[in-house]
Design a binder for this molecule. Structure first.
Ligand code: GLA
Length: 327
Protein backbone atom coordinates (compact mmCIF):
# COMPACT_ATOMS: atom_id res chain seq x y z
CA UNK A 1 0.00 0.00 0.00
CA UNK A 2 2.71 2.36 0.99
CA UNK A 3 4.63 1.47 -2.16
CA UNK A 4 1.53 2.05 -4.28
CA UNK A 5 1.00 5.53 -2.82
CA UNK A 6 4.61 6.31 -3.47
CA UNK A 7 4.29 5.22 -7.09
CA UNK A 8 1.20 7.36 -7.48
CA UNK A 9 2.97 10.32 -5.97
CA UNK A 10 5.90 9.78 -8.32
CA UNK A 11 3.57 9.65 -11.31
CA UNK A 12 1.90 12.86 -10.14
CA UNK A 13 5.28 14.45 -9.78
CA UNK A 14 6.21 13.40 -13.31
CA UNK A 15 3.01 14.98 -14.66
CA UNK A 16 3.74 18.15 -12.74
CA UNK A 17 7.27 18.21 -14.06
CA UNK A 18 6.20 17.87 -17.66
CA UNK A 19 3.56 20.56 -17.16
CA UNK A 20 6.07 23.01 -15.78
CA UNK A 21 8.53 22.11 -18.54
CA UNK A 22 5.79 22.90 -21.04
CA UNK A 23 4.97 26.14 -19.33
CA UNK A 24 8.59 27.21 -19.57
CA UNK A 25 8.80 27.30 -23.35
CA UNK A 26 6.14 29.76 -24.32
CA UNK A 27 5.21 29.83 -28.00
CA UNK A 28 4.73 33.04 -29.94
CA UNK A 29 4.02 33.49 -33.66
CA UNK A 30 5.76 35.76 -36.16
CA UNK A 31 3.75 36.10 -39.38
CA UNK A 32 5.11 37.96 -42.42
CA UNK A 33 3.58 38.80 -45.79
CA UNK A 34 6.67 38.38 -48.01
CA UNK A 35 9.16 35.83 -46.64
CA UNK A 36 11.18 36.03 -49.87
CA UNK A 37 12.35 39.54 -48.92
CA UNK A 38 15.58 39.57 -46.90
CA UNK A 39 13.89 42.31 -44.86
CA UNK A 40 11.45 39.79 -43.40
CA UNK A 41 14.04 37.03 -43.16
CA UNK A 42 16.08 39.42 -41.02
CA UNK A 43 13.08 40.14 -38.80
CA UNK A 44 12.60 36.40 -38.33
CA UNK A 45 16.25 35.85 -37.55
CA UNK A 46 16.24 38.48 -34.83
CA UNK A 47 12.90 37.29 -33.45
CA UNK A 48 14.56 33.89 -33.03
CA UNK A 49 17.44 35.56 -31.28
CA UNK A 50 15.00 37.16 -28.83
CA UNK A 51 13.44 33.73 -28.31
CA UNK A 52 16.82 32.26 -27.44
CA UNK A 53 17.74 35.13 -25.13
CA UNK A 54 14.41 35.11 -23.29
CA UNK A 55 13.49 31.45 -23.62
CA UNK A 56 10.44 31.26 -25.84
CA UNK A 57 9.80 29.52 -29.14
CA UNK A 58 9.02 31.51 -32.28
CA UNK A 59 6.62 29.93 -34.74
CA UNK A 60 7.34 31.55 -38.09
CA UNK A 61 4.65 31.43 -40.76
CA UNK A 62 4.48 33.03 -44.24
CA UNK A 63 1.14 34.77 -44.84
CA UNK A 64 1.04 36.00 -48.45
CA UNK A 65 -2.77 36.36 -48.50
CA UNK A 66 -5.86 36.65 -46.31
CA UNK A 67 -6.76 32.97 -46.30
CA UNK A 68 -3.27 31.91 -45.28
CA UNK A 69 -3.29 34.57 -42.57
CA UNK A 70 -6.48 33.33 -40.94
CA UNK A 71 -5.35 29.70 -41.26
CA UNK A 72 -2.03 30.61 -39.66
CA UNK A 73 -3.83 32.02 -36.63
CA UNK A 74 -5.82 28.78 -36.28
CA UNK A 75 -2.67 26.74 -36.44
CA UNK A 76 -0.94 28.98 -33.89
CA UNK A 77 -3.88 28.41 -31.56
CA UNK A 78 -3.71 24.65 -32.11
CA UNK A 79 -0.03 24.83 -31.14
CA UNK A 80 -0.79 26.70 -27.95
CA UNK A 81 0.72 30.04 -28.98
CA UNK A 82 -0.25 32.94 -26.74
CA UNK A 83 0.05 35.66 -29.35
CA UNK A 84 1.77 36.79 -32.51
CA UNK A 85 3.59 39.58 -34.28
CA UNK A 86 2.33 40.20 -37.82
CA UNK A 87 3.14 42.13 -40.99
CA UNK A 88 -0.19 41.71 -42.73
CA UNK A 89 -0.42 41.03 -46.48
CA UNK A 90 -3.27 43.54 -46.63
CA UNK A 91 -4.01 46.28 -44.08
CA UNK A 92 -7.77 45.77 -44.58
CA UNK A 93 -7.51 42.33 -42.98
CA UNK A 94 -7.02 44.06 -39.64
CA UNK A 95 -10.55 43.59 -38.26
CA UNK A 96 -10.68 39.89 -39.29
CA UNK A 97 -7.24 39.23 -37.82
CA UNK A 98 -8.18 40.89 -34.54
CA UNK A 99 -11.53 39.07 -34.32
CA UNK A 100 -9.84 35.72 -34.78
CA UNK A 101 -7.03 36.52 -32.34
CA UNK A 102 -9.57 37.62 -29.75
CA UNK A 103 -11.55 34.39 -30.17
CA UNK A 104 -8.40 32.52 -29.07
CA UNK A 105 -7.44 35.09 -26.46
CA UNK A 106 -4.18 35.83 -28.29
CA UNK A 107 -2.27 39.09 -28.10
CA UNK A 108 -1.24 40.86 -31.29
CA UNK A 109 1.50 43.31 -32.23
CA UNK A 110 1.69 44.69 -35.77
CA UNK A 111 5.04 45.30 -37.40
CA UNK A 112 5.84 47.39 -40.52
CA UNK A 113 2.35 47.70 -42.03
CA UNK A 114 -0.60 49.04 -40.06
CA UNK A 115 -4.11 47.57 -40.06
CA UNK A 116 -7.02 49.72 -41.18
CA UNK A 117 -10.63 49.30 -40.03
CA UNK A 118 -13.70 49.01 -42.23
CA UNK A 119 -13.73 52.79 -42.62
CA UNK A 120 -10.14 52.77 -43.84
CA UNK A 121 -8.85 54.37 -40.63
CA UNK A 122 -5.64 53.07 -39.00
CA UNK A 123 -6.32 50.68 -36.09
CA UNK A 124 -4.28 52.60 -33.57
CA UNK A 125 -5.46 50.47 -30.66
CA UNK A 126 -3.26 47.58 -31.81
CA UNK A 127 0.41 48.13 -30.82
CA UNK A 128 2.64 48.88 -33.82
CA UNK A 129 6.39 48.80 -34.48
CA UNK A 130 7.25 50.77 -37.61
CA UNK A 131 9.99 52.68 -39.36
CA UNK A 132 9.87 56.48 -39.40
CA UNK A 133 8.34 56.42 -42.87
CA UNK A 134 8.11 60.11 -43.71
CA UNK A 135 11.59 60.91 -42.41
CA UNK A 136 13.21 58.02 -44.24
CA UNK A 137 11.38 59.00 -47.42
CA UNK A 138 12.63 62.57 -47.06
CA UNK A 139 16.15 61.26 -46.73
CA UNK A 140 15.66 59.27 -49.94
CA UNK A 141 14.67 62.47 -51.77
CA UNK A 142 17.59 64.43 -50.32
CA UNK A 143 20.13 61.76 -51.27
CA UNK A 144 18.75 61.52 -54.81
CA UNK A 145 19.09 65.28 -55.21
CA UNK A 146 22.62 65.27 -53.80
CA UNK A 147 23.80 62.52 -56.13
CA UNK A 148 22.18 64.27 -59.11
CA UNK A 149 24.13 67.42 -58.30
CA UNK A 150 27.31 65.44 -57.84
CA UNK A 151 26.90 64.05 -61.34
CA UNK A 152 26.30 67.54 -62.69
CA UNK A 153 23.08 66.62 -64.50
CA UNK A 154 21.06 69.25 -66.26
CA UNK A 155 17.82 69.40 -64.28
CA UNK A 156 15.83 70.28 -67.39
CA UNK A 157 16.71 66.86 -68.86
CA UNK A 158 15.93 64.97 -65.69
CA UNK A 159 12.75 63.26 -64.52
CA UNK A 160 11.73 61.59 -61.29
CA UNK A 161 10.18 58.14 -61.57
CA UNK A 162 8.15 57.80 -58.39
CA UNK A 163 6.77 54.27 -58.08
CA UNK A 164 3.93 54.46 -55.58
CA UNK A 165 1.78 52.09 -53.52
CA UNK A 166 -0.56 54.59 -51.88
CA UNK A 167 -2.98 52.02 -50.46
CA UNK A 168 -0.26 51.08 -47.98
CA UNK A 169 0.14 53.98 -45.57
CA UNK A 170 3.84 53.43 -44.79
CA UNK A 171 4.56 53.33 -48.54
CA UNK A 172 2.54 56.49 -49.21
CA UNK A 173 4.36 58.31 -46.46
CA UNK A 174 7.78 57.25 -47.71
CA UNK A 175 7.21 58.25 -51.34
CA UNK A 176 5.44 61.50 -50.37
CA UNK A 177 8.35 62.34 -48.08
CA UNK A 178 10.81 61.72 -50.90
CA UNK A 179 8.88 63.85 -53.40
CA UNK A 180 8.44 66.66 -50.88
CA UNK A 181 12.17 66.67 -50.12
CA UNK A 182 13.01 66.86 -53.84
CA UNK A 183 10.65 69.81 -54.26
CA UNK A 184 12.06 71.49 -51.16
CA UNK A 185 15.56 71.10 -52.63
CA UNK A 186 14.37 72.88 -55.77
CA UNK A 187 13.50 70.05 -58.15
CA UNK A 188 10.66 71.16 -60.47
CA UNK A 189 7.38 69.57 -59.44
CA UNK A 190 6.17 69.12 -63.01
CA UNK A 191 9.09 66.78 -63.72
CA UNK A 192 8.11 64.42 -60.92
CA UNK A 193 6.08 61.59 -62.46
CA UNK A 194 4.07 59.21 -60.32
CA UNK A 195 3.14 55.70 -61.33
CA UNK A 196 1.43 53.13 -59.09
CA UNK A 197 2.75 49.56 -58.96
CA UNK A 198 0.27 46.68 -59.03
CA UNK A 199 2.38 44.52 -56.73
CA UNK A 200 5.16 45.26 -54.29
CA UNK A 201 7.87 43.25 -56.01
CA UNK A 202 10.34 43.66 -58.86
CA UNK A 203 8.01 42.46 -61.66
CA UNK A 204 5.22 44.81 -60.57
CA UNK A 205 7.56 47.80 -60.39
CA UNK A 206 9.19 46.86 -63.70
CA UNK A 207 5.79 47.06 -65.42
CA UNK A 208 5.05 50.36 -63.75
CA UNK A 209 8.46 51.74 -64.74
CA UNK A 210 8.09 50.61 -68.34
CA UNK A 211 4.75 52.30 -68.77
CA UNK A 212 6.10 55.51 -67.26
CA UNK A 213 9.18 55.57 -69.49
CA UNK A 214 7.18 55.34 -72.71
CA UNK A 215 5.09 58.31 -71.60
CA UNK A 216 8.19 60.53 -71.26
CA UNK A 217 10.53 59.76 -74.15
CA UNK A 218 12.38 63.09 -73.89
CA UNK A 219 13.80 62.56 -70.41
CA UNK A 220 17.56 61.80 -70.54
CA UNK A 221 18.30 61.16 -66.86
CA UNK A 222 16.14 59.44 -64.27
CA UNK A 223 15.96 59.66 -60.50
CA UNK A 224 14.05 56.65 -59.18
CA UNK A 225 12.25 56.43 -55.86
CA UNK A 226 9.85 53.91 -54.35
CA UNK A 227 8.81 52.52 -51.00
CA UNK A 228 11.49 49.81 -50.82
CA UNK A 229 14.42 48.25 -52.63
CA UNK A 230 12.36 45.95 -54.83
CA UNK A 231 10.20 48.76 -56.20
CA UNK A 232 13.29 50.81 -57.04
CA UNK A 233 15.04 47.77 -58.52
CA UNK A 234 12.03 47.21 -60.78
CA UNK A 235 12.28 50.82 -61.95
CA UNK A 236 16.01 50.46 -62.60
CA UNK A 237 15.43 47.25 -64.59
CA UNK A 238 12.88 49.15 -66.71
CA UNK A 239 15.44 51.86 -67.57
CA UNK A 240 17.99 49.17 -68.51
CA UNK A 241 15.42 47.46 -70.74
CA UNK A 242 14.80 50.74 -72.54
CA UNK A 243 18.48 51.42 -73.15
CA UNK A 244 19.47 53.85 -70.38
CA UNK A 245 23.07 53.65 -69.17
CA UNK A 246 23.84 53.33 -65.46
CA UNK A 247 25.44 56.78 -65.57
CA UNK A 248 22.03 58.31 -66.44
CA UNK A 249 20.06 56.64 -63.69
CA UNK A 250 20.08 57.11 -59.91
CA UNK A 251 17.85 54.80 -57.92
CA UNK A 252 17.86 54.80 -54.13
CA UNK A 253 15.86 52.16 -52.31
CA UNK A 254 14.77 51.54 -48.74
CA UNK A 255 15.41 48.36 -46.67
CA UNK A 256 19.14 47.91 -47.37
CA UNK A 257 19.21 44.19 -46.72
CA UNK A 258 17.29 43.65 -49.98
CA UNK A 259 19.97 45.53 -51.94
CA UNK A 260 22.96 43.37 -51.08
CA UNK A 261 22.95 41.34 -54.32
CA UNK A 262 22.62 44.45 -56.44
CA UNK A 263 25.36 46.37 -54.64
CA UNK A 264 27.64 43.32 -54.87
CA UNK A 265 27.55 43.28 -58.67
CA UNK A 266 30.86 43.79 -60.50
CA UNK A 267 29.61 46.89 -62.31
CA UNK A 268 27.69 49.83 -60.92
CA UNK A 269 24.06 49.78 -62.10
CA UNK A 270 21.42 52.50 -62.01
CA UNK A 271 20.72 51.36 -58.46
CA UNK A 272 22.96 53.75 -56.55
CA UNK A 273 22.18 52.82 -52.96
CA UNK A 274 19.65 52.09 -50.27
CA UNK A 275 18.56 53.48 -46.94
CA UNK A 276 19.10 50.84 -44.31
CA UNK A 277 16.75 51.08 -41.30
CA UNK A 278 16.76 48.40 -38.58
CA UNK A 279 15.02 45.14 -39.48
CA UNK A 280 16.97 43.61 -36.58
CA UNK A 281 15.28 45.94 -34.09
CA UNK A 282 11.85 45.46 -35.73
CA UNK A 283 12.19 41.68 -35.33
CA UNK A 284 13.71 41.59 -31.87
CA UNK A 285 11.80 44.36 -30.19
CA UNK A 286 8.33 43.52 -31.48
CA UNK A 287 8.43 39.96 -30.18
CA UNK A 288 10.20 40.95 -26.99
CA UNK A 289 7.34 43.36 -26.27
CA UNK A 290 4.84 40.59 -27.01
CA UNK A 291 6.68 38.24 -24.66
CA UNK A 292 6.62 40.75 -21.82
CA UNK A 293 2.96 41.43 -22.47
CA UNK A 294 2.03 37.74 -22.37
CA UNK A 295 4.34 36.70 -19.52
CA UNK A 296 4.37 39.78 -17.27
CA UNK A 297 1.31 41.69 -18.43
CA UNK A 298 3.50 44.65 -19.45
CA UNK A 299 1.40 46.44 -22.04
CA UNK A 300 3.46 47.59 -25.04
CA UNK A 301 3.27 51.21 -26.18
CA UNK A 302 0.72 51.80 -28.93
CA UNK A 303 3.41 53.06 -31.27
CA UNK A 304 7.13 52.33 -31.43
CA UNK A 305 8.89 54.27 -34.15
CA UNK A 306 12.29 53.05 -35.32
CA UNK A 307 14.19 56.05 -36.60
CA UNK A 308 17.82 55.31 -37.26
CA UNK A 309 18.83 54.92 -40.88
CA UNK A 310 22.04 54.92 -42.90
CA UNK A 311 22.66 55.28 -46.65
CA UNK A 312 24.48 52.26 -48.03
CA UNK A 313 26.19 52.29 -51.43
CA UNK A 314 28.70 50.03 -53.14
CA UNK A 315 31.42 51.76 -51.11
CA UNK A 316 30.21 51.12 -47.58
CA UNK A 317 27.48 48.48 -47.55
CA UNK A 318 29.62 45.67 -46.16
CA UNK A 319 30.91 47.77 -43.29
CA UNK A 320 27.48 49.18 -42.43
CA UNK A 321 25.72 45.82 -42.54
CA UNK A 322 28.43 44.24 -40.40
CA UNK A 323 28.06 47.00 -37.81
CA UNK A 324 24.45 45.93 -37.30
CA UNK A 325 25.23 42.21 -37.41
CA UNK A 326 23.39 41.87 -40.73
CA UNK A 327 26.24 40.41 -42.79
C1 GLA B 1 6.76 47.26 -45.85
C2 GLA B 1 7.52 46.84 -47.10
C3 GLA B 1 8.77 46.06 -46.73
C4 GLA B 1 9.59 46.84 -45.73
C5 GLA B 1 8.76 47.14 -44.52
C6 GLA B 1 9.54 47.95 -43.53
O1 GLA B 1 6.21 46.13 -45.26
O2 GLA B 1 6.70 46.05 -47.92
O3 GLA B 1 9.56 45.83 -47.88
O4 GLA B 1 10.03 48.05 -46.31
O5 GLA B 1 7.59 47.88 -44.91
O6 GLA B 1 8.75 48.45 -42.49
Amino acid sequence: MHKFTKTLAMAGFAVLMSHSAMAETMKLGFLVKQPEEPWFQTEWKFADKAGKDLNFQVIKIAVPDGEKTLNAIDSLAANGAKGFVICTPDPRLGPAIMAKARSYDMKVIQVDDQFVNSKGKPMEEVPLVMMAATKIGERQGQELYKEMQKRGWNVADTGVMAITADELDTARRRTSGAMDALKAAGFPEKQIYKIPTKSNDIPGALDAGNSLLVQHPKVKNWLILGMNDNTVLGGVRATEGQGFKAANVIGIGINGVDAVNELSKDEQTGFYGSLLPSPDIHGYKSIQMLYEWVSKDVKPPKFTEVTDVVLITRDNFKVELKKKGLM
